[in-house]
Design a protein around this ligand. Structure first.
Ligand SMILES: CCCCCCCC/C=C\CCCCCCC/C=C/C(=O)SCCNC(=O)CCNC(=O)[C@H](O)C(C)(C)COP(=O)(O)OP(=O)(O)OC[C@H]1O[C@@H](n2cnc3c(N)ncnc32)[C@H](O)[C@@H]1OP(=O)(O)O
Ligand SMILES: Cc1cc2nc3c(=O)[nH]c(=O)nc-3n(C[C@H](O)[C@H](O)[C@H](O)COP(=O)(O)OP(=O)(O)OC[C@H]3O[C@@H](n4cnc5c(N)ncnc54)[C@H](O)[C@@H]3O)c2cc1C
Length: 664
């Protein structure tokens, strides 16, 4: 039976069509219906319940994850789910596991870097889960510096095999998810050596465990690397350590789309660029951007609903106290995060389109936009994961003391999410890649090379260096062209200033190292411009539904003007806007917060999250927070007994001791 809706008064204020917004959020009606069906399927299946997982010890937790993964696979087969449906189902199970790496990296690596024959051999096995794969790139000594990996793959022409070996302690593979206890196979990255010569790092398909008894193949040492940050959280994953003692694999298990090794041990380059070896990372970074909006939306949904339930101060004549969501300070912290969730959603959609476009071009041997795809995926992965991790923590604070309880769902969400700032490329290292791309683009302007895609604005650099922001009233900040120009001018001016500083160094690499902190700032400005411009592009689309476009416009300007406020130093120091115009932007921001306020609950309802997926007492759809929080407390194992274990050993003797001392 449905209970009382404590947020009904909030939902009654809504000024737009929430069902239409749900479709905008999902990306299409098809995506909405499919994800909605899978979310409900998972939520209604007791085998997928999540209560109490934070209280499990590591072994129980891990076994529980194995059980859920097996049950998910069983349901996928029984219901004949499509690949897309299965992906949604796994997503709503909401527990990091070896399957993330199998489907998210092992399969894409074979698809992206394997030859046709390799794909024909390995993909059917992987699709049926007759083998389980992991992605073993990082080592104890090197993660960011992929060219510094030490594992070797030496070709033995006598036996037509590669010998995979870990020559040092630091060459131990370290971190790969699913590797520690589950994977039977891995894509192992190693330095290729043929005829005594090195040919860089390449991927190899290596069997790790027996398919009969799961024991490691002789010569392989393998295990889990130990507990990670937070209770439950990412500890459901068996991140692993792996060493090889001269393991032999057939020659045809090197992924050979980029480079082939012949029977004689000769290396033959194909026409695809070497960077394609990094292709799996480009793919995964793109999915991480899409996932950022999902994680951010979860935190924002919890904080927004709870902020409407929670009341503090302001009671007059014994009336109701103020809902904390009505405090301007709460709004100025919360609503930019709500706007960011939508902004990241749309930039994620665009990035998916870009990735699909690049993949099609690569198949037609057009590699021209690979550098841009790399810069966009690296930069947006960095920008969105940093912002999301910070936002989850901000949402915890927005929920006051109760946000710190595991029952709020926020501590676990933070612990699971925060490594996204590190995996698939440390966020600073990735911004440095963007900076290299930007500096190269600026340096080529003089030679007449016209920048395209996300750097097209740099082609108008002369105009952007001179333009004056055309804002006289707060309303002027609601013009897309004005906002876009301010962001383009800021980014262009920062890029040009960095490029000028770089040119003062004799050795560009020395300059790059010395100025790296400044360069990272330029990368951030460029990536923020991409997000703002893709949000503005979204508004130009024909978006059906009463009031939907209006809400999206408000969110778009909140996203942009809040960034302008936060990075005011950049905008003022580069002369893009005046202090007076900055002050008008703030006035507009306050007005936008007031306009969003009555729609805030409906805007988070549009995420369409089930209570199961949210996993938060504070974020419950019905807003019935206090009784449920009270109920939840009694489930803690400490409350199993009124007098705690240990009383007789430790508390009682202490009390008696004090009594004796008092008598003395
Ligand atoms: C409440 C509970 C909630 C529960 C929720 C549960 C839901 C599930 C949640 C989460 C599950 C998510 C699962 C995620 C699993 C994560 C798994 C993680 C996997 C990994 O981390 S794999 C390892 C990733 N490693 C890295 O990313 C390493 C980073 N380093 C690099 O990328 C590179 O080494 C480098 C780019 C930094 C430097 O490389 P290198 O020295 O070779 O390169 P340069 O000389 O700088 O550049 C050369 C040249 O190449 C271009 N380049 C570089 N990279 C690429 C690329 N990827 N693509 C294309 N081109 C590239 C570069 O621009 C240079 O070009 P130019 O020569 O300048 O033209
Ligand atoms: C939860 C989790 C799951 C993972 N899963 C996998 C997996 O499945 N498979 C896999 O292969 N790997 C995996 N990894 C490893 C991950 O990809 C690496 O940890 C990541 O790429 C960062 O590399 P690092 O650890 O070497 O960091 P480091 O490079 O050692 O970073 C340390 C510090 O040095 C700074 N730094 C490094 N280089 C530079 C530079 N050139 N300029 C300026 N600053 C620099 C960084 O910004 C950072 O502050 C996982 C990691 C985590 C945390």
């Amino acid at each position: 039976m449905k209970g009382v809706d404590h947020l009904a008064h909030e939902r009654n204020k809504t000024e737009f069509d929430v069902d239409a917004m749900k479709i905008v959020w999902a990306g299409s009606r098809h995506a909405f219906e499919l994800s909605d069906r899978m979310a409900r399927l998972v939520a209604s299946d007791p085998a997928f319940q999540k209560d109490g997982r934070i209280r499990l010890g590591r072994k129980e937790l891990f076994k529980n994850t194995l059980r859920k993964a097996a049950h998910a696979w069983k349901r996928i087969l029984e219901l004949h789910l499509t690949e897309e449906e299965a992906g949604w189902l796994r997503n709503f199970v909401d527990e990091p596991s070896f399957t993330d790496l199998h489907w998210g990296m092992f399969v894409p690596a074979i698809k992206g870097q394997g030859t046709d024959e390799q794909q024909q051999k390995w993909l059917p096995l992987a699709y049926k889960m007759q083998i389980i794969g992991s992605y073993a790139q990082t080592e104890l000594g090197h993660g960011s510096n992929v060219q510094g990996l030490e594992t070797t793959a030496t070709f033995d022409p006598e036996t037509d095999e590669f010998v995979i070996h870990s020559p040092t302690l630091t060459s131990s593979k370290w971190w790969p998810g699913g590797l520690g206890k589950v994977s039977t196979h891995a894509i192992v990255y190693a330095r290729l050596i043929t005829n005594g010569q090195e040919h860089g790092v390449h991927g190899f398909i290596v069997q790790l465990r027996s398919l009969d008894d799961h024991m490691p193949i002789p010569g392989i040492t393998i295990g889990d690397i130990g507990m990670k940050f937070g209770n439950g959280a990412y500890n459901t994953m068996d991140n692993g350590v792996l060493t090889f003692d001269h393991i032999r694999i057939p020659r045809n298990q090197m992924l050979m789309r980029v480079l082939q090794v012949t029977r004689e041990g000769k290396c033959v380059k194909s026409n695809v660029p070497r960077q394609l070896i990094y292709g799996t990372m480009v793919f995964v970074r793109q999915t991480i951007v899409a996932d950022a909006s999902t994680a951010l939306a979860r935190a924002v949904c919890i904080a927004t609903r709870y902020s409407a339930v929670r009341r503090q101060f302001g009671s007059q004549d014994g009336g109701m106290e103020t809902q904390v969501i009505d405090y301007k300070t709460q709004q100025s912290r919360l609503f930019p995060l709500l706007a960011s969730a939508y902004a990241f959603r749309f930039v994620g959609e665009w990035l998916k389109w870009l990735y699909t476009d690049v993949t099609q071009r690569l198949q037609a041997n057009d590699f021209s936009i690979l550098p841009e795809a790399h810069a966009c995926t690296a930069g947006l992965k960095s920008l969105t994961t940093t912002a999301t991790a910070d936002a989850i923590e901000e949402c915890r604070k927005l929920c006051g003391g109760h946000g710190y309880l595991c029952a709020s769902g926020l501590p676990e969400l933070f612990a699971v999410y925060v490594p996204a700032c590190t995996y698939e490329g440390d966020n600073v290292v990735l911004l440095l890649q963007v900076a290299r791309f930007l500096m190269k683009t600026v340096s080529q302007l003089g030679s007449g090379k016209k920048p395209v895609g996300t750097t097209a604005y740099l082609g108008r650099v002369q105009d952007l260096l001179q333009c004056c922001c055309d804002v006289q009233t707060a309303e002027d900040w609601l013009k897309p062209s004005v906002v876009l120009e301010a962001f383009e001018a800021r980014s262009a001016r920062m890029c040009v200033a960095r490029a000028q500083n770089l040119s003062k160094f004799e050795n560009p690499e020395d300059g790059f190292a010395e100025l790296s902190a400044d360069l990272v700032e330029a990368s951030v400005a460029h990536c923020q411009l991409i997000v703002v411009s893709k949000f503005i592009d979204k508004l130009q689309q024909d978006i059906p539904g009463k009031g939907v476009n209006r809400q999206l416009q408000n969110l778009c300007y909140i996203y942009a003007l809040n960034l302008l406020h936060k990075y005011l130093g950049d905008f003022l120091s580069t002369g893009c806007i005046t202090p007076k115009q900055a002050s008008l932007a703030n006035d507009q921001l306050r007005s936008l917060y007031s306009q969003i306020r009555p729609n805030a609950i409906a805007l988070v309802d549009a995420f369409n999250y089930t209570d199961h997926y949210l996993g938060s007492v504070l974020g419950r759809y019905d807003g019935n927070v206090y009784p449920k929080l009270y109920e939840e407390a009694w489930k803690d194992p400490l409350n199993d007994s009124v007098v705690p274990d240990g009383y007789h050993e430790y508390i009682h003797p202490m009390l008696k001791q004090q009594l004796r001392n008092a008598r003395l």
